[in-house]
Ligand binder design. Structure first.
Ligand code: FE2
Length: 447
C-alpha cells in the first residue's frame, strides 16, 4: 500500500506510527550509553551521538515546523551547528553542542509541536505536503540516523550495551539453492514516479535495457569470503583495481573490518567483534563491513564481477511473468518480519538463504534487508532528474567518487527501504553495514 492510496486519516496514522517508531529507536540508541559516551567521538568518521540527537530534532524543526508550518526558528543560534554541510563529522566534537539533556528536551519539544501540526494537516497544497511527503522525509531522515548511530555503537569500545535475538537458522532448502539465478535480458522500468515518499534520486521511472545475466542467489557469506582470504586474495594485485590495490596496501587491509584471527595464527579461527562481543565468524552469514574495493576484488577472484545498479534493481523488481516492475522483490506489499531482515530487529544479517517468502521472481533471496549490497555503478542522476526538495539531498554527491549500494541492511527501517532506494558511499568505506553479491554476464538467448 503506497501513501497515495491512503485517505487523510489513514495517512495521518501511518505518519504518526513512523515518527513514533523512529523516535523509540533513537531513544534506545542514545539512552543505552552514559553521558560520556554520548558526547565522545568514537571515530573521526562519525559524529558524537549527541550531535545526531539534536540534528534529528533540528531537521524536523526546519522542514516540518518552519517550511510546512511557517514558524520561526526556535533556536536560531544553534541552527548552524547542526547543518551537516557546514561542519564535517570530524570537527563536530569541537562545536558548542547542546548537552544530552538539552538535546533530548529540544527533540521532545519539536516532536510535540509536529504532532500538533500533523493533527491539522490536510496533505494538499504545496508539493512538500502532498501525500505527507515532508513528514515521510523526516521519518526517513530519523531512521537513517538510527542506522548511523548503530554504526557508532559498533565502532564504540567498552562493555556491550545493545542486545537483540538471533535471526534463527537458515530454512531447510537454503543448502539446496542454486548458487546463481538467471535474470532475463530486455527492458524494465527502473526508478519510480509513483512512490510518494521516494526521494529525488529514485526518480523518475525510466526504461532501461539490461542484457541477460546471472546473479548470486544470496549475498556472499563469511565462509566464502574466508576462502578468498585463505586463497591469498589480499596478496594478489591481479584481483584489485589499481586504486583498490593502492588502498589495500596503504590501509594494510587483510580481512573485513572487525575480523581478527585467533592468536594471529595463519590457520587460526577468524573471529569478529559484534557490538562489543567477540564471536567466531559464522560461515553461513552474509559478510559485512567490506569496502567496495574488497567486494570488487573478491568478485574478480571468483571469476565474476559486481552487478551494475540497473542489474541489481532488475533482479529485485522485475517480474517476467507480467513484464511489470514491483515495489519490492516479493511484490507490492509493504515489508514485514517474514519477508526481510530490517529495522534493527536483529543486530546482524540472517543466514544466507533466509526469507524464502521475500524472494524475487528470479529466485534471489535477501535482496532487501540484511546487508547493503555494493554495485559496480557510480552514483548519478536518472534521465530527467530534478533536485528536490533541496540540492544537498543528492545532487551534490553525483559523480564517480561514490559507488551505489542497494537493498538496505538489518539496520534500516522499512520506511527508508524501497526497491528503488539508493545509497552511496566512498569505495574505501567499511564501517557501514555493507556486503555484496556477485554476477556474470549471460548468453543472449537464441531461438
Ligand atoms: Fe542528517
Amino acid at each position: 500500500m503506497t501513501e497515495s492510496q491512503l485517505d487523510p486519516e489513514q495517512l495521518r496514522a501511518v505518519i504518526a506510527r513512523e515518527l513514533t517508531g523512529a523516535r523509540q529507536r533513537t531513544a534506545l540508541l542514545t539512552d543505552s550509553v552514559d553521558e560520556a559516551d554520548l558526547v565522545r567521538q568514537h571515530s573521526p568518521l562519525m559524529s558524537p551521538l549527541v550531535w545526531d540527537l539534536a540534528h534529528i530534532a533540528n531537521q524536523e524543526e526546519l522542514w516540518l515546523l518552519r517550511e510546512v508550518g511557517g514558524r520561526d526558528s526556535m533556536h536560531p543560534e544553534i541552527d548552524p551547528l547542526y547543518d551537516a554541510f557546514e561542519h564535517p563529522r570530524s570537527e563536530r566534537p569541537t562545536l558548542p553542542l547542546l548537552p544530552p539533556g538539552e538535546a533530548r528536551a529540544y527533540g521532545h519539544e519539536v516532536r510535540g509541536r509536529v504532532l500538533d501540526l500533523l493533527e491539522r494537516a490536510t496533505f494538499t497544497g504545496p508539493r512538500l505536503l502532498g501525500h505527507g511527503f515532508a513528514f515521510g522525509m523526516i521519518a526517513q531522515h530519523e531512521v537513517q540516523h538510527d542506522e548511523t548511530m548503530l554504526i557508532t555503537h559498533q565502532i564504540r569500545s567498552g562493555a556491550p550495551v545493545l542486545a537483540a535475538p538471533s535471526p534463527g537458522p537458515a530454512p531447510a532448502d537454503a543448502f539446496r539453492l542454486p548458487a546463481e539465478v538467471l535474470v532475463p535480458g530486455g527492458p524494465f522500468t527502473m526508478g519510480t514516479s509513483t512512490e510518494p515518499w521516494a526521494l529525488d534520486n529514485e526518480r523518475p521511472a525510466h526504461t532501461v535495457q539490461v542484457a541477460p545475466f546471472y546473479l548470486d542467489t544470496t549475498p556472499v557469506t563469511g565462509g566464502a569470503y574466508t576462502e578468498f582470504i585463505d586463497g591469498g586474495g589480499y596478496d594478489d594485485p591481479r584481483w584489485w583495481t589499481e586504486a583498490g590495490w593502492e588502498h589495500r596496501q596503504q590501509a594494510k587491509l587483510t580481512a573485513p573490518l572487525y575480523w581478527r584471527r585467533d592468536g594471529g595464527q595463519k590457520n587460526g579461527q577468524w573471529t569478529r567483534r559484534v557490538f562489543g562481543r567477540e564471536e567466531p565468524v559464522r560461515p553461513d552469514e552474509p559478510v559485512v563491513h567490506v569496502s567496495w574495493y574488497e567486494a570488487d576484488a573478491y568478485a574478480r577472484w571468483a571469476g565474476r564481477r559486481l552487478p551494475t545498479e540497473a542489474e541489481w534493481e532488475k533482479a529485485a523488481r522485475f517480474d517476467p511473468a507480467t513484464g511489470l516492475t514491483r515495489r519490492y522483490p516479493w511484490g507490492n506489499a509493504d515489508p514485514e518480519a517474514s519477508l526481510a531482515n530490517l529495522g534493527q530487529a536483529f543486530l546482524r544479517p540472517a543466514p544466507a538463504g533466509s526469507y524464502p517468502a521475500g524472494a524475487a521472481p528470479c529466485g534471489a533471496r535477501q535482496l532487501v534487508g540484511d546487508v547493503w549490497e555494493w554495485t559496480s555503478s557510480d552514483f548519478g542522476p536518472y534521465p530527467g532528474f530534478e533536485a528536490w526538495p533541496y540540492k544537498e539531498y543528492s545532487e551534490v554527491f553525483f559523480g564517480p567518487e561514490y559507488k551505489v549500494l542497494r537493498g538496505g541492511s538489518f539496520a534500516v527501517s522499512a520506511v527508508a527501504c524501497r526497491g528503488t532506494f539508493r545509497n552511496w558511499d566512498y569505495p574505501i568505506r567499511r564501517q557501514i553495514f555493507a556486503g555484496f553479491r556477485t554476477a556474470r554476464s549471460g548468453e543472449a538467448e537464441t531461438a
